[in-house]
Ligand binder design. Structure first.
Ligand code: B1M
Length: 221
């Protein structure tokens, strides 16, 4: 198979949620010398975007979204060690979770992988994380950054609820808050009082490093 054929079939098989074939094609692509980034950004992610578009049009329903998501998650597990293998020294601790009411985790997991690759120690709290659970994790792990992911317009308000809970617990000044997820924008992040926002996993790593650097410069001033 040529790289183009692999990308095309990977796209098609992700869309129909054929997990075994998606795994096989991911491995075939890697064996053929294709990069994890190419497989992700030129095939897997665009395929899920099309799944979302079909869901919006009423051509796909929740079960189709679910199996496509599972197929993508399987591929991500194959790509994980390659995306995370930079050997970078630990740069900081990051507590991450998808907010309460939201079960989407593929995007969050991808951000985690990239953060780990960049040297962050990531503590992943999973999905449907309540403000109380974030607070407990911050008290326990004392992270440099806490990240809130939300993928639904209806769960984005949990950012503000989480930030309010941090303030109430007296922890807001002790941790940098980053937010992200498909419907989130810089404007929304600013409006809820987050310190940082990123549109995708690579941008999240860059933003996290910049925010950490700024905080350390301020602390030493
Ligand atoms: Co749902 N879903 N879903 N879904 N789903 C979306 C998000 C949707 C956009 C589809 C659509 O209508 N086009 C839509 C949301 C609409 C909206 O609110 N604006 C939607 C809906 C409506 C729903 C349900 C309500 C459907 C229903 O039940 N009627 C339901 C909600 C359940 C719940 O959470 N309570 C639901 C359920 C599901 C499944 C469970 C079936 C499945 C999730 C599987 C899983 O995650 N384990 C699913 C899926 C697969 C999708 C789509 C198709 C794909 C999401 C995905 O994984 N994208 C999605 C359509 C779409 O996104 N176009 C959709 C790939 C991923 C790599 O990208 O998630 O954007 P993304 O992550 C990016 C960035 O956002 C960023 O970096 C990531 C990597 O580059 N990022 C951060 C993420 N977190 C970050 C944190 C940061 C910084 C950056 O700092 C902390």
């Amino acid at each position: 198979m040529t790289p183009d054929e692999i990308l095309k079939e990977l796209y098609d098989q992700t869309m129909v949620g054929n997990a075994p074939r998606v795994l096989e094609l991911t491995r075939t692509g890697l064996a053929a010398g294709m990069t994890p980034d190419t497989l992700l950004y030129d095939s897997l992610i665009p395929s899920l975007e099309e799944v979302g578009a079909r869901f919006e049009r009423g051509d796909f329903f929740v079960p189709e979204m679910l199996i496509a998501g599972k197929a993508m998650a399987g591929a991500l597990e194959v790509l994980r060690p390659l995306l995370a293998e930079t050997g970078a020294a630990t740069v900081g601790t990051f507590v991450m979770g998808t907010v309460k009411g939201d079960v989407h985790d593929i995007g969050k997991n991808l951000v985690n992988i990239m953060l780990e690759g960049a040297g962050f120690h990531v503590i992943d709290l999973g999905v449907q994380v309540s403000p109380e659970k974030f607070i407990d994790a911050i008290r326990e792990h004392k992270p440099d950054i806490v990240g809130f992911s939300a993928f639904l317009t209806t769960t984005m308000p949990m950012f503000k609820a989480n930030i309010n809970a941090l303030e109430k617990a007296g922890l807001r000044d002790q941790v940098i808050v980053m937010v992200g997820g498909a419907p989130v924008t810089q404007q929304y992040a600013d409006a809820v009082g987050a310190d940082g926002y990123a549109a995708d996993a690579s941008a999240a790593v860059k933003r996290a490093k910049d925010l950490l650097q700024q905080r350390r410069v301020l602390a030493n001033a």
